[in-house]
Design a protein around this ligand. Structure first.
Ligand code: NAP
Length: 313
């Protein structure tokens, strides 16, 4: 029997690549020198797309695959998938929720500690030998600081649980108040920012949440505030963030994601109060394997006509 064609859009996990290639005919889009020619020649074989946070399935790709049945994303975020086109064409969509929640929440707390306690600055201070001639100076405490979370979903809730253990008062903003959450709710994000010392972005990226952190929100957080972004780059108006940091209108930031990855505003490189990571929120060995298992499990379930493990549509 002819194997089912699966298209991987970008390199994401060698384990996933290997597992997909043993089950399916695996096409690797990034290895094709001319993508349009490749799609013209192979589009009819492809029944599944596996994408991630860098390259998912936009309407052009979906439209070019006449026999596409499923998009299985190696990510929880769905912002790189054209969900409307998938719905219109009856293409199923799956993602990788839950398995990465702890990692992303851990890293959000790690970034808070790194910014406030100047972990990267201290590391460089020791390694450069500067310690032999002077003292590093004081940092700022995390325990007890008020934390505001944008998006109290799986990751936002896991961050809240961790910050709670640091004795931090927690508040949040989302589209609706959560009846099962014992934290202060703000229906207005500016009010949330005005009433916390550390603001964490952990919501989904949609048209509504693009630039949800704008100049008004940054100014409400103020010159003593810390901004942490573990969601998506486009949640924050990046040029406003850069000017606020350069002008001292914000105390610091911890960023895992950027508007135009892997491009990062170079004005941030010289700032000691900013910690920059290369979109690695869920990049641990354990979670990478669990995400790959979920992608494979969803494809196996779909092609064997069993219930999907993590359906989105
Ligand atoms: P989730 O459980 O679906 O939570 C998403 C949250 O976004 C919900 O609490 C939702 O709250 C909120 N939200 C949606 N629209 C909103 C709006 N207009 N205003 C305010 N809040 C809104 O998803 P999750 O698993 O926690 O993941 C959250 C996001 O983290 C993902 O979408 C992804 O972008 C990002 N992420 C980043 C990394 C990384 O490596 N940095 C890794 C994994 C995930 P309401 O429904 O109540 O509004």
């Amino acid at each position: 029997m002819e194997k089912i064609g699966v298209l991987m859009t970008t390199p994401m996990s060698t384990f996933l690549e290997h597992e997909l290639s043993t089950r399916f005919t695996l096409f690797k889009l990034w290895t094709q020198s001319c993508k349009s020619e490749f799609l013209q020649q192979n589009s009819s074989y492809i029944k599944a797309v596996v994408g991630d946070t860098t390259c998912g399935a936009d309407s052009e790709l979906i439209e070019s695959l006449p026999n596409l049945e499923i998009v299985a994303s190696y990510s929880v975020g769905l912002d790189k998938i054209d969900l409307d086109t998938c719905r219109d064409k009856g293409v199923r969509v799956t993602n990788t929720p839950d398995v990465l929640t702890d990692d992303v929440a851990d890293l959000a707390i790690g970034m808070i500690l790194a910014v406030l306690r100047r972990v990267c600055v201290g590391d460089e201070f020791v390694k450069s030998g500067e310690w032999k001639s002077c003292e590093l100076g004081l940092s700022s405490k995390f325990s007890g600081k008020s934390v505001g979370i944008i998006g109290l979903g799986r990751i936002g809730s896991a961050i809240a649980k961790r910050a709670d253990a640091f004795g931090c008062p927690i508040s949040y903003h989302s589209r609706s108040q959560k009846s099962d959450a014992n934290y202060k709710y703000y229906s207005n994000i500016v009010d949330l920012a005005s009433n916390c010392q550390i603001l964490i972005v952990a919501c989904a990226l949609t048209e509504e949440t693009c630039h949800i952190v704008n100049r008004k929100v940054i100014d409400a957080l103020g010159p003593n505030g810390i901004l942490i972004n573990i969601g998506r780059g486009a949640h924050i108006d990046e040029s406003e963030l850069v000017s606020a940091l350069l002008e001292g209108r914000l105390a610091g930031a911890g960023l895992d994601v950027y508007e135009d990855e892997p491009e990062v505003p170079e004005q941030l490189f010289g700032l000691e109060n900013v910690v920059l990571l290369p979109h690695v929120g869920s990049d641990t060995e354990e979670t990478s394997k669990a995400m790959a298992d979920l992608v494979i499990g969803n494809l196996d379930a779909h092609f064997n006509k069993k219930p999907l493990l993590s359906p989105v549509t």
